[in-house]
Design a protein around this ligand. Structure first.
Ligand code: FAD
Ligand code: NAD
Length: 464
């Protein structure tokens, strides 16, 4: 039997890779994790989920204080000022604590951290920096990077990607966001709340692709109320940078007369692509799928028996919790157990205010597949939302008309990101809308809107 340095070598220490490494070590496998960055945690902890949520939280606090919104609750401020350096410092502290936390977990679980960039020599042999290691199993968890528009250079000063937008040293007067997806709306919200004029240029006729149509429409209405300018069905045809300003040329997506937007900052947020550069996959014989992702089977195994792939580099939603669940499952599979991820029940959340969340099928997709029933309940009729003066949004439950099984749940609410977990669990348990309707929910809570939406599926909501 061949002797390897490790039973498992994971490439990349993002939410997919670090979780896979920890679980593999917990299962008794000799595990190492190669990471090219100086710190663990990948995109999510260093330049993604965590710093963006830190700024979303801080900017919301600033806006609440500065806008006078709190005066109606009897909380009065004067002389509210923004200390952007302090906001960035607190964000950096959260990132440092969390990335340091992964380092602690690696030590605790005896995962060896191999610092450097990994490249395959063959399916069992890799170089990491100037050292060569062998492993019986290799997990590719190299994540994804931002894509740009053809010919548009991201200089991280005037034209930034999400990483640059998380570190702007000043609030831009006018921020043009190219792409009305999750990153565009979250980071657009940060800078809008801090005082920037924000224009979102989106190629499609609605923002937030992949979300339920009604949710997309409702969200756009709310963002417009917050002062966003949404230029949907519009394409960017070029960006010219001169000094510290940019001219963004746009025209209708269907063609027609163009115009130019002047901006102090341009955020490019048009999607992400798998990280494969320098991995030398050919040496291992690993094949990509037609979308340029690492192709895998149901067990996360590539076409090469001892090489596996998870997270953003593999097919599916580019989300940290999807990567984490795949990390656990792939380690279980490598150890000879059964690791499963139900890709039909992965929640998505946009952490704006209100938050926008969904799990399962949208109404349109569900209706195209089968006969459905839909129940909806607005937060304007929810007592806690009314008490908190927080009535934007609704809960919508889509159920199979015959079996009543829940097929999808969509929520627009300040607490949508937390509430969607209940829906995911119900769906994972194969719940019917009646199961949710018959579950006692505490009063007064936003969660009662979930129960009422479930009751509305049968036409039996009480409070509307
Ligand atoms: P990554 O986190 O990208 O980690 C891959 C790691 O591999 C990186 O650290 C990289 O340095 C390393 N690597 C790559 N190649 C090599 C190599 N050859 N050798 C060694 N190391 C290598 N998702 C959510 O679910 N919720 C959110 O709120 C959220 N917010 C986001 C906000 C922003 C601004 C961005 C950009 C993304 C956000 N995401 C969010 C998406 C989330 O960050 C990703 O889905 C998640 O990080 C994917 O995890 P991963 O482990 O697959 O890859
Ligand atoms: P996205 O796919 O969510 O949105 C990109 C948007 O850009 C789309 O609406 C698309 O139509 C538009 N677009 C593409 N080309 C365009 C063009 N030339 N002109 C105008 N618009 C154009 O991608 P993203 O916002 O960059 O996010 C990348 C990934 O990161 C997503 O897959 C997302 O899952 C993940 N992410 C998740 C969270 C979260 O879970 N809260 C937060 C941030 C990022």
């Amino acid at each position: 039997m061949a002797e390897y340095d490790y039973d498992v070598l994971v490439i990349g220490a993002g939410p997919g890779g670090y979780v896979a490494a920890i679980r593999a070590a917990q299962l008794g496998l000799r595990t190492a994790c190669a990471e090219a960055r100086e710190t663990l945690g990948g995109t999510c902890l260093n330049v993604g989920c965590i710093p963006s949520k830190a700024l979303l939280h801080a900017s919301e606090l600033y806006q609440e204080a500065a806008s006078g919104h709190l005066t109606k609750f009897g909380v009065e401020f004067s002389g509210v000022t923004l200390n952007l350096d302090q906001m960035h410092a607190e964000k950096a502290k959260a990132v440092k604590e969390l990335t340091g936390g992964i380092e602690f977990l690696f030590k605790k679980n005896k995962v060896t951290w191999l610092k450097g960039r990994a490249a395959f020599q063959d399916a069992n042999t890799l170089t990491i920096g100037d050292r060569t290691v062998t492993a019986e199993n290799v997990v590719i968890a190299t994540g994804s990077s931002v894509t740009s528009l053809q010919g548009l250079e991201i200089d991280q000063k005037v034209v930034v990607d999400s990483t640059g937008a998380l570190a702007l040293p000043e609030v831009p007067e006018h921020l043009v966001v190219i792409g009305g997806g999750v990153i565009g709306m979250e980071l657009g919200s940060v800078w809008r709340r801090l005082g920037a004029k924000v224009t979102v240029v989106e190629y499609l006729d609605q923002i937030l692709p992949g979300f339920d149509e009604e949710v997309r429409r409702e969200s756009a209405k709310i963002f417009k109320k917050q002062g966003f300018e949404l230029r949907t069905s519009t394409k960017v045809t070029g960006v010219t940078v001169e000094g510290d300003r940019a001219a963004v040329r746009i025209e209708p997506a269907a063609g027609g007369e163009g115009e130019t937007l002047q901006a102090d900052a341009v955020l490019v947020a048009v999607g992400r692509r798998p990280n494969l550069d320098g991995l030398n996959l050919e040496a291992a014989g690993v094949q990509l799928n037609e979308r340029g992702q690492v192709g895998i089977d149901h067990d996360f195994r590539t076409n090469v028996a001892n090489v596996w792939a998870i997270g953003d580099v593999a097919p599916g939603l580019m989300l940290a919790h999807k990567a984490e669940d795949e990390g656990v499952a792939v380690a279980e599979n490598i150890a000879g157990h059964t690791g499963i991820v139900n890709h039909d029940v992965i929640p998505s959340v946009v952490y704006t205010n209100p938050e926008i969340a969904g799990v399962g099928l949208s109404e349109e997709v569900a209706a195209a597949r089968t006969e459905i029933k839909v129940g909806k309940f607005p937060f304007a009729a929810n007592s806690r939302a009314k008490t908190n003066r927080d009535t934007d949004g609704f809960v919508k439950i889509i159920a199979d008309a015959k079996s009543d099984r829940v097929l999808g749940v969509w929520i627009v609410s300040s607490l949508a990101g937390t509430m969607i977990a209940q829906a995911a669990q119900a769906m994972e348990f194969g719940a019917t809308s009646e199961d949710i309707a018959l579950t006692c929910h505490a009063h007064p809570t936003h969660s009662e809107a979930m129960k009422e939406a479930a009751m509305a599926v049968q036409g039996k909501a009480i409070h509307i």
